[in-house]
Design a protein around this ligand. Structure first.
Ligand code: ATP
Ligand code: ZN
Length: 283
């Protein structure tokens, strides 16, 4: 059988979450910092540990069948790959930022200014779309110090909390793109079956992350009101308890409206609510 290859970041912001996702998919492999390639013992797959910048091209050129990388890197490298699944981690946005003291108000005021960035391709498209002609200064790291050093009037860089901007006397000015880690694949791969199997596993892990397993007790007379509040994949399971008037209800609840639901359930008569993480949901 053919062995698939998946490229993930060797070290950096996406490494840990990528490894965790693959392990949660039930894949067994060693994660030595020194190795560049690690075989999976229970699935025909090898893991390649690379710099994130190289991942899109490796996938496009078929050296790896799959990859996990930030959308920002895919867009910047302008490769032709298939987006298979958004992964919900590595969230950040690419923003233009200016010095705190700047009184610039609209993007058009960037006309004729210089902008330092490690994302010249994305930035140049963005400026074109906004009819702005600015001088793009491509630098590979520590972009945020360039306005302070007088190297550029503005920067275009990745931001998550904004802390780095703040500590360099900068403020966000315009959103260029938002990004998260995605699973990408080579277009027209001949290993479709294995790839589909892996995507299904990834999706079951993601679905499980978004939901909680909830067990609660309720008096039969309040059961209908409680059940009405439960979304559930299908109707909830209702299990009789030793005390004849009481039942236990088992269901899954989406994480996002978790606290709202819990307080509504309590008001409707739910008691002894137990909430548990779910490992996988296979539909
Ligand atoms: P490499 O050594 O692999 O080239 P890198 O230094 O280019 O690593 P990291 O800083 O580890 O990259 O970031 C990897 C990815 O994490 C980014 O491309 C982006 O998609 C995502 N990310 C999430 N939050 C941030 C952030 N605050 N700053 C930078 N990247 C972020
Ligand atoms: Zn990089």
């Amino acid at each position: 059988m053919k062995t698939l290859k998946i490229a993930i970041q060797k070290s950096g912001r996406l490494n840990e979450k990528s490894v965790e996702l693959l392990k949660n998919c039930g894949l067994n492999f060693e994660n030595y910092k020194s190795s560049l390639i690690s075989p999976v013992s229970n699935f025909p797959l090898e893991i390649l540990f690379l710099r994130d910048d190289d991942i899109p091209e490796y996938v496009q050129d078929g050296i790896a069948d799959l990859g996990i990388v930030g959308e920002n890197v895919i867009q910047e490298t302008e490769v032709d790959v298939a987006y298979l699944q958004r992964l919900g981690f590595g969230r950040c946005s690419l923003k233009i930022a200016v010095q705190n003291t700047s009184n610039m108000e609209s993007i058009s005021e960037l006309d004729g200014k210089s902008i330092a960035t490690s994302y010249p391709n994305i930035l140049s498209k963005y400026l074109q779309q906004n009819n702005v002609q600015a001088d793009i200064r491509t630098i590979s790291g520590s972009v945020e110090i360039s306005p302070g050093l007088g190297l550029a009037d503005a920067i275009c860089d990745l931001v998550s909390t904004g802390g780095t901007l703040k500590s360099n006397g900068l403020k966000p000015f315009a959103d260029v793109m938002s990004s998260e880690a995605v699973l990408i694949g080579r277009k027209g791969s001949e290993n479709e079956d294995l790839i589909q199997e892996l995507i299904a596993r990834v999706q079951s892990v993601l679905r499980a992350k978004e939901t909680k397993y909830v067990v609660l007790n309720v008096e039969r007379k309040n059961l209908e009101a409680v059940v009405k509040l439960l979304p559930g994949v299908k109707s909830p399971s209702v299990v009789p308890l030793a005390e004849a008037e009481w039942v236990a209800v088992h269901t899954v609840i989406p994480e996002r409206d978790f606290w709202d639901r819990i307080s509504q359930l309590k008001q409707a008569g739910a008691q002894g609510i137990v909430v548990m993480p779910i490992e996988k949901i296979i539909l």
